[in-house]
Write a protein that binds this ligand. Sequence first.
Ligand code: NAD
Ligand code: WQD
Length: 342
Amino acid sequence: MSKILVTGGTGYIGSHTTVELMNAGYEVVIIDNLSNSNKKVLEGIEKITGKVPAFEEFDICDKKKLDEFFSRHQDISAMIHFAAFKAVGESIEQPLKYYRNNLNSLLNLMESARKNKINNLVFSSSATVYGDADRLPLTEESPLKKANCPYGETKQICEDMIIALAKSDEDFQSIVLRYFNPIGAHESALIGELPIGVPANLVPFVTQTGIGLREELKVFGGDYNTPDGTCIRDYIHVVDLAKAHVKSIWRMLENKKGGVEIFNLGTGKGNSVLEVIKSFERVSGQKLPYQIVERRNGDVEASFSSTKLANKTLGWKAQRNLDDALRTAWEWEKKLKLENAK
Ligand code: NAD
Ligand code: WQD
């Protein structure tokens, strides 16, 4: 079976994707510098799949190490590039850190891989590239607006680099996946999201409040032009997202038609912050303390995806709903508490 390089494979989405790739019979080799993840994730992957993926710990911005890596792995068929920094707020405070890591890692990867005739790349992009939408749902044809932070800008520039390379070289092909809001954890509660410090994203903040690590959730803004006044997002279960990567790999290796294809990955359904809280309360059987506060700078009012293209062309559709995602996120949070108590 084909060998797939997964950069950032011990991270949140990368670990779930590694599991789905291994379950589908692919051989996986991970590169991760553990800047935002933990080696223990590999144990979780092994418990789920019964196998340990090959793992190499280094920074993809280190070109020498990457070249040396490819010289030892010339049989790689395709790559999925997850490795990047992803915190919106931090990218505003430390923009150069984001440009350096997110742009250099992709540049190095494309240059080194192509020297070794590895021409298939799946890239982790984000719905953030659409900015504040004029019309919903967002389709792949929706205009890209100026990004509201350096993080978003790095995703737009990375997409441009991939498109330019594909135009210049017909052997190179790529699938760019624009994720909406990934949440939830693996059903086994053996892998999940591991935020460092205070979570900036909604769902880890909700589960950490539920478990007692945080006093209350602050709901950012209750006066938006939405049915309950809170922002709307398209929350996609991380396992559904992971499965879309397996479909993308399969499509690239089967099709070999060159060029770049772009797909939105969402459920097609928008949920408000208050609906997320209600879902958490349903699946956990407990009340969540929260209060509505000022809007957060840079938040868009509503964002959800059209699923048409991914359904039709990629043959992929999200199977899990909001309650499935909150339930698995909650099981994972409880598991972390047990582990930490040991
Ligand atoms: P994550 O931080 O959990 O995983 C990223 C992994 O990459 C981490 O394990 C980190 O240690 C590693 N890494 C970072 N820079 C590296 C480098 N230079 N060399 C080697 N390893 C490096 O993040 P995630 O949530 O799994 O996100 C994966 C990808 O998906 C990212 O590109 C992110 O921008 C994108 N994305 C994430 C979301 C989200 O909400 N989680 C939404 C849209 C897009
Ligand atoms: C969701 C909703 C908040 C925290 C971000 C990035 C995006 C992508 C996914 C990487 C919003 C509200 C949140 C809290 C709250 N990442 N909220 N209280 O902002 O849609 O997207 O993550 O590509 O680029 O911008 O996700 O989880 O931060 O927020 O009320 O404590 O929850 O206002 O409406 P967001 P999020």
